[in-house]
Design a protein around this ligand. Structure first.
Ligand code: SF4
Length: 194
């Protein structure tokens, strides 16, 4: 019998690495919305087409539905931050951290008995990891410069992140921790498990 890590082990790892919230759900609970993919193109994201993890280089909703069929569960992670961080110079560092977090969870899950584990984050890896390079090395015919850090964005596959939060029972409009405290926001990623 294969030695598969319990979901609890992966959840604990996510928390120890810095996730604020972690949950495991069935893949069939994930909602895909084709309309969300169109937002990458219109209004056009400045990173559209710049990496293999974003449209038009990803398979989109159809590919993602197939991936869901081949996997049973999804690990969902959320990082809660002061809203101001998302509009500051720290944004890039934070989004890169999200990529690294889900990539680490994916690589650990593969080692621990989930060979089909696949992680997805948010934002373009070209902007986060290769912003000072002229081009993505993969799109130029080479290998990824950051294979253990960067992962595709959920947007290009139409993953409805608002729905993900709902099924986890997580508020999307976060209140400040204390009365009169800093507004808070969040970023999220997923790891498909199977
Ligand atoms: S080389 Fe890797 S990290 Fe850099 S843009 Fe391409 S896919 Fe993303």
């Amino acid at each position: 019998m294969k030695n598969t890590a319990s979901f609890e082990e992966l959840q604990q790892l996510a928390t120890s690495l810095g996730a604020s919230d972690v949950a495991v759900k069935m893949t069939e609970e994930i909602e895909i919305d084709e309309k969300l993919v169109n937002f990458c193109k219109d209004p056009r994201c400045e990173n559209y087409g710049l990496s293999p993890g974003c449209p038009p280089h990803v398979g989109g909703p159809e590919t993602f539905r197939q991936m869901l069929k081949e996997r049973s569960h999804v690990l969902i992670v959320r990082i809660v931050v002061p809203s101001a961080v998302l509009f500051s110079e720290e944004r890039r560092e934070l989004m890169a951290f999200l990529h690294e977090l889900v990539a680490t969870l994916e690589l650990t899950a593969i080692k621990k008995g989930y060979p089909k584990a696949r992680a997805f984050a948010g934002g373009s890896c070209k902007d986060l990891f290769c912003f000072d390079e002229a081009d993505c090395n993969v799109l130029s015919g080479g290998g990824c410069r950051n294979p253990k850090r960067s992962r595709p964005s959920m947007s290009g596959f139409g993953v409805n992140v608002a729905h993900l939060l709902k099924i986890c029972g997580w508020e999307s409009n976060l209140k400040p921790e204390q009365e009169g405290g800093e507004p808070r926001s969040w970023i999220a990623g997923i790891v498909l498990l199977g």
